[in-house]
Write a protein that binds this ligand. Structure first.
Ligand SMILES: O[C@H]1[C@H](O)[C@@H](O)[C@H](O)[C@@H](O)[C@H]1O
Length: 627
């Protein structure tokens, strides 16, 4: 289509849109259905009708077809290519955080790892991600989004090679830190890059695809963990090394993909910016979009000034201060709602429900990851339909409910916790600290002990609390619950959980949790953060909020076992429900609707000072903080 014809279509649509109003326009969009595309000269011909209201059916038909043509023009396939290649960063984030639990089962045997080393290998990645997400803001602002994504893929490749070839645990630790640095940069850069490339009507969906890739990576990692756990030796090398493949794909893909047009405009690279903008928008004229980005940069410079560090300017300028509080708050409450604990603990929850085959536990973790992934897909579908605000509020409300069910499941299980009915006669057993527990509940909360029992019909008999094998939690240190004697003596070994008839409540809670969390609270913090800051503050805003996400992730994961020890499991889940409820009030009061807005318009949603957060149409989803 010629540039002139495109201009005509755009002009026509704008006039018609003004005449018809928003609701009617949406209806017309849906109605466009499967109609065939209109040719360029028809576009020119409808231009002549644009000055009057479309009264005839033919006029409406033309208008619908023109709108469809317009949407196709502003959404060429290239923007999807750009988004998918960037979202490989999300996939690697998910894969590398997810794969370690399965790899650890093998690693601790092969490398004889102590509990401290296991802890170090898991949390070093998350800690490094927190640091590099924070540092990534400065890097993004200086060198641009594309070099940051290239750097992240190089780090992923280097980390994967180090991990796969590691001769000792020190190298493993180095590899995990390198991978963490990649995750941090990718986690803050990719959503920003996609948001800056996407047209407004698709932005939410495309950025949410990044979270779909995160949860997809976690699912894929769980499957790989399952598959390689059957290898007698070195299975972990494949598990950890495999992530090099998508990283290499991303690196080479990005050598051919462009820089973010908005970053280019900000840096005054006008010609390049125009070229990229028309490349990602197809042949559609880009003057209007270019001018609106340029104007908003100029205005912001006038309003905010250019002196002092960005974070300082963000804090003294109310709209960006408000946006930063909302962005960081969303990321904080995402983690405080306990997603990673629930995912990590899912295998145990499922074991509680009667699955006592250890190999199966790895596959059960894959089912959990799959549920998280498939319901993130629901989020991708809903985000442009119901909007960010409603999706987040609905999701968090359901998550709180699920946390209560989960906590209730653990509470009931603790209350009907089976008693210890048998203490082995040997002196070692009698002198062990585990012998002081008279119920399974106390025994399972002690990381050094496990519950060994037999089953007679539906009753638990001959139950004892005995020390766990220091090398593996899969068996007791001695007695009838070691791997060799378990099946011969018809005994079962429960570590970290108690056999109970109420476990189905916890299972329902787990499923409900993922079903509610995954479409909203999982992706929305990333999506909303990618769009709420003006260009000059975007990298810094995302660096801070991603940093908050990773820091809260470390804190919640590292404290879970201690929290459970002090508050018991149900106490821990009640605590998360409490955090999530505070989050709900915060989000209700402070999160405006950003659906369909241009990135340059969003700043105005954070301008006012008092909170009325009506989600009413007339309010345009405007939310105002009480600070
Ligand atoms: O949005 C993601 C997603 O929900 C993941 O499943 C979770 O592991 C991450 O911590 C979170 O940031």
């Amino acid at each position: 289509m010629s540039r002139k014809a495109n201009d005509n279509v755009e002009y026509t649509l704008r006039s018609l849109s003004n005449l018809m109003g928003e609701k009617k326009r949406r209806k017309a969009d849906e109605g466009a259905g499967e109609r065939s595309l209109i040719a360029a000269d028809s576009c020119t011909s409808i231009n002549s009708q644009a000055s009057g209201a479309p009264s005839s059916a033919a006029g409406e038909d033309l208008e619908r077809a023109a709108r469809r043509q317009f949407q196709q023009d502003v959404t060429p396939g290239f923007v999807y290519v750009v988004s998918v290649f960037s979202a490989l960063g999300g996939f690697l984030f998910g894969y590398d955080t997810g794969v370690v639990s399965g790899a650890m089962l093998l690693l601790k045997k092969d490398m004889n790892l102590s509990a401290l080393w296991q802890e170090l290998l898991v949390s070093s990645t998350v800690g490094a991600a927190a640091l590099s997400a924070l540092a990534g803001g400065v890097l993004n602002g200086i060198v641009g989004r594309r070099p940051c994504i290239l750097l992240a893929s190089l780090l992923f490749i280097a980390g994967a090679v180090l991990l796969a070839a590691a001769p000792d645990k020190e190298t493993l630790l180095g590899g995990r830190v390198v991978v963490g640095l990649g995750i941090g940069i990718a986690s803050m850069t990719v959503p920003v890059y996609i948001a800056e490339a996407a047209p407004p009507h698709l932005r939410g969906r495309l950025v949410t695809i990044n979270t779909l890739f995160i949860t997809g990576g976690q699912f894929f990692a769980a499957v790989v963990d399952g598959a390689f756990s059957y290898l007698p030796r070195d299975g972990w090398r494949y598990m950890l090394g495999l992530s090099a493949a998508p990283a290499i794909l991303q690196f080479f893909g990005f050598l051919f993909l462009p820089e973010s047009p908005r970053w280019l405009i900000q840096k005054g690279q006008t010609q390049k910016a125009r070229r990229v903008l028309s490349q990602i928008r197809g042949v559609q004229t880009i003057d209007e979009e270019y001018d609106s980005i340029k104007n908003s940069i100029d205005e912001e410079e006038k309003e905010v000034g250019a002196g002092g560090p960005v974070i300082y300017r963000m804090l003294i300028y109310p709209p960006t201060r408000h946006a930063l509080i909302v962005g960081c708050g969303l990321q904080m409450f995402q983690q405080l709602a306990g997603i990673n604990t629930v995912m990590y603990y899912s295998a145990t929850i499922l074991q509680m429900s009667g699955v006592d085959d250890d190999k199966l536990a790895i596959w059960l973790a894959a089912i959990t990851a799959f549920t998280n992934f498939s319901f993130t897909l629901v989020g991708v579908w809903l985000v442009e339909k119901v909007g960010r605000r409603k999706l987040t509020l609905g999701s968090l409300t359901g998550t709180i409910l699920a946390l209560f069910v989960l906590a209730l499941g653990f509470l009931l299980s603790a209350q009907v916790s089976p008693p210890v009915t048998f203490t082995p006669a040997d002196p070692i057993s009698q002198n062990s600290t585990c012998s002081k527990y008279s119920f399974c509940n106390g025994c399972m909360l002690d990381p050094n002990c496990g519950f060994c029992y037999k089953v007679n019909g539906s009753s638990i008999i001959d139950s004892s609390c005995i020390p766990v094998d220091p090398k593996t939690t899969e068996q007791s240190a001695w007695g009838r619950c070691t791997n060799e004697t378990k099946s011969k003596s018809n005994s079962y070994w429960a570590y970290n959980y108690c056999p109970t008839s109420y476990s189905w409540t916890a299972l329902i809670g787990l499923m409900l949790y993922l079903i509610f969390f995954a479409p909203g609270m999982g992706p929305m913090p990333w999506t909303v953060n990618s769009e709420i800051y003006p260009l000059w503050a975007r990298s810094t805003g995302n660096a801070c909020s991603s940093g908050v996400n990773w820091i809260c992730n470390v804190v919640i994961s590292l404290t879970f076992l201690h929290t459970a020890e002090y508050l018991t499991y149900y106490g821990a889940f009640f605590l998360y429900a409490g955090f999530a409820s505070v989050g709900l009030i915060f989000i209700y009061g402070c999160l405006p609707e950003t659906k369909g807005k241009k990135l340059e318009e969003i700043e105005s949603l954070f301008e006012n000072r008092l909170c009325t957060c009506g989600a009413s149409e007339s309010d345009e989803g405007r939310c105002i903080l009480i600070i």
